[in-house]
Design a binder for this molecule. Structure first.
Ligand SMILES: [Zn+2]
Length: 491
């Protein structure tokens, strides 16, 4: 059991947790956003991040601090908290990304961690090798070995009550990511960044990103706090949270502001293209788009940065509320409509429904069927598995709605898309209380038919009859041979 992290609520693989950061003497509620602070240029002062935006934790780059002489001296003398004037927890990145650009790093793991400790970091990061996506397997394996050696070295470094992160690498090889997760989990290190996913996100490869995170999560224990390193666009937070990411770091709010780009949960807009500001944050209620465009460069950047952060923190709160309410996947479904590649990400998330099902609560508020993808949610998968354990009479009618022919059988169950059959006594239990559109879709009917087929396969001696109302032949083929079929709409 990791002492620094406690999971409170779960929904799919998403969770609300508490990350205890002893050196800062703060507890950070997750999912959490870590604004990225460049000590040389702060778009928004760290103190403002705490007071105005409620940031409990931020991340800054120890490499930049190390390489900037006056900043380094002040950090060593006064500590990061005084330097940045930030009361919450401060995580430091080692600068692996910068270091990897320049080849040989010339410093040891011990020295890197020692420096982070000396400047007062609360969560330090060893120098790992951020292997990019799609490299050949040999390179991914070799670099992962180096990363793992450094994690083992980091374990041996005296770090006091500073937490230390253990990056999970492995490029786009799921088995390597899983093995990397298992290895990182076996160390005594504390926080687990899934590394080198920025190139995937820059290329809108949310499907591959989900596969990478899912693989890392399979290796990591359920009590491991997971950081999606470099994920800063609020559009994809819900998706990543549903796969079990707890920490996000945003440089996007500042980088985008510098380019006059305005973040929304449905994507990014250029300020020049906005006739209206679709947001109610203080920036957007006090300015029109023309006002913003007329501001001097530095003020405009600061105002846009503030808006971008408001939107980002708002989405984090929305995700937490969704987890608490048990409707995180409905939120993911909405976000998946923002961009076709987000829909690919959501569909890939559902490829991992069995993995999500393990932490998905047995009972929640209400299941809303809001897209064809809903038919593949973990609740449907769980119901189908449950069908194999239900006692079935010798002759059974499973039927949509009520059936005039129920008395011809030993028992009559309901069948409802997307779940399939269930005894009427379960009608009031989750998820069978689902709200499903009357004008249902093919995916829901197919999932229901698969449920019928599964019940029949588990009970080969029972005579099962399916009473449906106008299901297409293609759907009925999925139960062919296993059950008798009656079209009730023709009776
Ligand atoms: Zn705004």
């Amino acid at each position: 059991m990791r002492e620094c992290f406690e999971v409170r609520d779960t929904d799919a693989a998403g969770r609300i947790g508490e990350l205890t950061v002893p050196r800062a003497d703060v507890t950070v509620e997750t999912p959490a956003l870590l604004p990225v602070i460049n000590p040389n240029l702060d778009t928004i002062a760290p103190r403002r991040l705490a007071t105005e935006f409620g940031a409990e934790i931020l991340i800054t780059n120890s490499y930049i601090i190390h390489e900037t002489e006056d900043v380094r001296e002040r950090a060593l003398e006064d500590g990061l908290h005084d330097l940045l004037e930030f009361p919450g927890a401060i995580m430091t990145d080692s600068g692996s990304f910068q270091l990897s650009e320049y080849g040989d790093i010339g410093v040891t793991t011990e020295e890197i961690l020692e420096f982070q400790r000396e400047i007062g970091s609360d969560i330090a990061t060893p120098v790992d090798i951020p292997t990019p996506p799609d490299v050949d397997r040999e390179r991914a394996e070799t670099e992962l070995e180096t990363t793992q050696e450094r994690l083992e070295l980091a374990e041996g470094v005296e770090t006091g009550d500073m937490l230390v992160s253990a990056p999970v690498q492995g490029s786009t090889y799921p088995d390597l990511r899983e093995a990397a997760g298992r290895h990182a989990d076996s160390t005594s290190l504390d926080v687990f960044p899934v590394g080198a996913v920025v190139p995937l996100m820059n290329d809108y490869r949310y499907d591959d990103m989900i596969d990478v995170v899912a693989a890392a999560k399979r290796g990591l224990g359920a009590d491991a706090p997971v950081h999606l390193f470099g994920a800063g666009h609020p559009m994809m937070f819900a998706l990543a949270a549903a796969m079990g990411c707890d920490l996000f770091d945003s440089a996007a709010y500042a980088l985008y502001a510098r380019d006059d780009r305005y973040l929304t949960v449905r994507g990014t807009r250029h300020l020049d293209d906005l006739d209206y500001l679709p947001c109610s944050c203080p920036v957007c209620t006090e300015h029109s788009p023309d006002d913003l465009r007329a501001l001097p460069d530095d003020e405009r950047e600061s105002e846009l940065g503030a808006h971008n952060l408001h939107v980002t923190f708002e989405e984090i709160r929305r995700i937490k509320q969704a987890i608490r309410a048990g409707n995180l996947l409905e939120l993911v479904e909405q976000r998946a409509r923002a961009h076709p590649t987000m829909l690919d990400g959501y569909r890939t998330l559902l490829d991992h429904a069995a993995q999500l099902e393990r932490s998905d609560p047995v009972s929640k508020g209400s299941f809303f069927y809001t897209s064809a993808e809903s038919a593949r949610r973990p609740e449907v998968l769980r119901h189908h598995r449950r069908l194999e354990r239900l006692a079935v009479p010798d002759s059974l009618l499973v039927t949509e709605g009520s059936s005039p022919r129920g008395d011809e059988f030993d028992d009559s169950w309901r069948v409802e898309p997307p779940f399939g059959p269930f005894p009427r006594s379960l009608s009031k239990s989750y998820p069978l209380t689902a709200e499903v559109p009357d004008r249902t879709d093919r995916a829901a009917l197919e999932a229901a038919a698969d449920g019928v087929a599964r019940l029949a396969a588990a009970n080969p001696d029972a005579d099962i009859t399916l009473g449906h109302r106008g299901w297409p032949d293609g759907v009925l083929e999925r139960v062919a041979d296993a059950v008798d079929v009656v079209d009730l709409s023709r009776e």
